[in-house]
Design a protein around this ligand. Structure first.
Ligand SMILES: [Mg+2]
Length: 243
């Protein structure tokens, strides 16, 4: 690996357990809203919510919906699946439903246990830290505060796609973060849970692309992408690169 002077991170499902919080929240929301309706199980509800999230979020990233709009679209589609044949939620009702879901979601926020110890160790070894996220700053800043990780990034870039204008895997979003660091991409690594959007995108932009695959499979990674199963593997990689 090349000599790395700064490490940039994805947030959701990399430092922050997004999937865990989303699953806990939708299960709580369904039970508060009177049950599963046409859905067979809590597992099916969580699966459907996750699929709707992926689809509506993609429409946000494609510029088809605002950040707010994708939240309402998700709420409307989910309630329609719980109560097929019922009336679609209007904007006010969808906003209320989503607010209630959001309260459950916020109550479930947690960092991954390996995040804080890794960030602390990297900083102690002189590595600079930053964040790139396909989301909005208004969403991500309070989240980083709430889960106790914001202080690690107080001197580093936080580049979000909504404000930047392009989403990962566009090279420009990686280069914007390198620019804020004042470092060439060759001296910067990017760590994320998506092989395509995060690791390949970073590699194609000239950074060291690192895929965090918490499920442990390494064989499916592309050439030029480093794979780790836990954030604790990062520091040894960077220390080895200095020798
Ligand atoms: Mg992610």
């Amino acid at each position: 690996m090349r000599h790395v002077r700064a490490v940039l991170f994805d947030i959701d499902d990399t430092l922050f357990d997004y999937t865990g919080a989303e699953r806990a929240a939708i299960v709580a929301q369904v039970s508060e809203e009177g049950g599963l309706g046409a859905l067979a199980s809590a597992g099916e509800a969580a699966q459907l919510w996750s699929e709707l999230m992926a689809a509506s979020y993609q429409r946000f990233l494609d510029g088809e919906l605002t950040f707010r709009g994708q939240q309402l679209a998700r709420a409307r589609a989910f309630v329609a699946a719980v109560h097929p044949g019922g009336e679609l939620l209007d904007d006010t009702a969808a906003a209320e439903w989503f607010e209630s879901y959001r309260r459950h979601y916020r109550a479930s926020w947690q960092p991954f246990p390996d995040a804080a110890p890794t960030l602390e160790a990297l900083a102690a070894h002189g590595l600079r830290l930053g964040l790139i996220s396909n989301a909005s700053e208004a969403n991500q800043r309070p989240k980083m505060q709430e889960i106790g990780l914001a202080d690690f990034f107080s001197d580093g870039p936080l580049i979000c796609s909504e404000e930047h204008g392009e989403a990962k895997p566009a090279a420009s979003i990686f280069h914007a973060a390198c620019g804020e660091l004042g470092l060439p991409p060759e001296q910067v690594a990017y760590v994320g849970d998506r092989h395509d959007v995060d690791a390949q995108g970073a590699r194609d932009a000239g950074l060291t692309g690192i895929w965090l695959n918490r499920s442990g499979g390494r064989s499916e990674a592309d050439a030029g992408v480093t794979v780790i199963a836990s954030l604790t593997e990062l520091l040894p990689l960077f220390i080895a690169s200095r020798r």
